[in-house]
Ligand binder design. Structure first.
Ligand code: GLV
Ligand code: MN
Ligand code: MN
Length: 395
């Protein structure tokens, strides 16, 4: 049997129905939400139908296990709070299609909380031993719910983690989530490396006060501090970053968040990514120093939350060559080697076994947005490259 492209596309569209946002093809399926759990149950049934043994581990990572030793394929099926239909889902459904089509044993995985409701790629970080379970359990989401509470909302979790020794390697198909392939008219990207990341919550504590009566020079305004801090790091990073370095303040919680109150507290996420671990470290020094200077000059308290992070990783040469041969067969002269600026579960899995990844284009480079999309011919090309690689590894 060979892969069935229409069955693959139909399953991908079916998965989109879990948490469909009603805006374009977008989904709202954050880790452990009702939609996420329902999607995982549906996937578990699909795995069973494919002859795989479904296994929910203690954090809700879902494995479909082939007997004996096998290659592991997959990605994640949770989404960002406003997510696209393909981010993660593509890799899981493609894995399922390959597993039910080829003769060799293939296991499938959908990792939990890749999108970081609690941490950074939390489910695969715990499975790989990069994040101890007790530390993960104390992480909280934006509304204060702990990881321990969220995972206890899933029934049918096993007490056991899957033994990674049963897998020969891991391959993850994903959308690029950036502009390169689309802009250059290529159909496939074979990933060379995945960048590293640091992520921390910073809090400035000032004095909440009346917005009409408090003179400007007496204010200890937490928002003004965030604004100064942002300008300061942008300026200090100038001399030490590359065009690939990125940093983001993506969430700011102001307290009490009212027009007539000088904000007394600002809690915000600070995230930065780069392929060079030394640069990540130097950026951290700049961030800590700038926050301290601003806090002192405005007269604020300053605290840092748990520092989360992943190191940059390179893809395994043998698995990567198999993908390159597949790309050359399926999309001759329409593929390229490409680094990943997005994070992936593959980074964690690389602690345990050889890993590789391939990308298909994201239309206009948009992702983490309801409008994220990819041409169906490109989705199918990615599936076919994955199948070629898997078959050649067995030859
Ligand atoms: C994963 O979605 C990331 O933030 O790169
Ligand atoms: Mn993803
Ligand atoms: Mn994502």
């Amino acid at each position: 049997m060979t892969i069935n492209e229409s069955r693959f596309l139909s399953d991908l569209h079916k998965l989109r129905e879990f948490g469909a946002s009603g805006v374009g093809k977008g989904v709202v399926r954050p880790a452990y939400s009702e939609a996420d759990i329902a999607a995982r149950k549906w996937l578990a049934q699909k795995m069973a139908d494919a002859g795989l043994a479904p296994h929910f581990d203690p954090v809700g990572n879902l494995f479909g296990l082939a007997p004996g030793r096998s290659l592991l394929l997959g990605s994640h099926s949770d989404s960002q709070p406003e997510g696209g239909w393909l981010d993660g889902a593509l890799g899981v459904v493609a894995a399922l299609e390959v597993a039910r089509s080829v003769k060799q044993p293939i296991s499938v995985v959908s990792f939990q909380d890749e999108e970081g409701r609690f941490g950074v790629t939390t489910g695969s970080a715990v499975w790989s031993g990069g994040l101890p379970l007790d530390k993960a359990d104390s992480l909280t989401d934006a509304s204060g719910i702990t990881f321990a509470e969220a995972r206890s909302s899933m029934s049918d979790l096993s007490d056991d983690f899957v033994d990674p020794a049963r897998f020969e390697g891991f391959i993850e198909l994903h959308i690029e989530q950036g502009p390169t392939l689309d802009a250059q008219g290529d159909q496939i990207g074979v990933v060379t490396d995945i960048v590293g990341i640091r992520d921390v919550v910073i809090t400035f504590d000032g004095q909440q006060n009346h917005a009409g009566t408090t003179p400007m020079h007496l204010r200890r305004d937490a928002f003004q501090a965030v604004s100064q801090f942002n300008a300061m790091i942008n300026n200090r990073f100038k001399n030490m970053v590359t065009p690939q370095t990125v940093w983001t303040i993506g969430r700011v919680d102001l307290h009490p968040n009212a027009s007539s109150i000088v904000p007394g507290r600002a809690r915000f996420s600070m995230q930065w990514r780069d392929g060079d671990a030394n640069r990540l470290e130097r950026m951290e020094e700049i961030i800590r120093e700038a926050a301290k200077e601003v806090a002192e000059s405005v007269g604020l308290g300053l605290s840092f939350g748990t520092m989360l992070g992943l190191e940059p990783v390179s893809m395994d040469i043998k698995l990567r060559s198999a993908l390159q041969m597949g790309a050359e067969t399926v999309a001759p002269e329409r593929w390229q080697k490409i680094p990943s600026g997005a994070l992936h579960d593959a980074t964690n899995v690389a602690r345990l076994m050889p890993v590789a990844m391939l990308f298909v284009p994201s239309i206009a480079g948009i992702s983490h947005d309801f409008s994220e999309d990819t041409a169906e011919s490109d989705l199918v090309a990615g599936l076919r490259v994955l199948e070629h690689a898997v078959l050649s590894l067995n030859a």
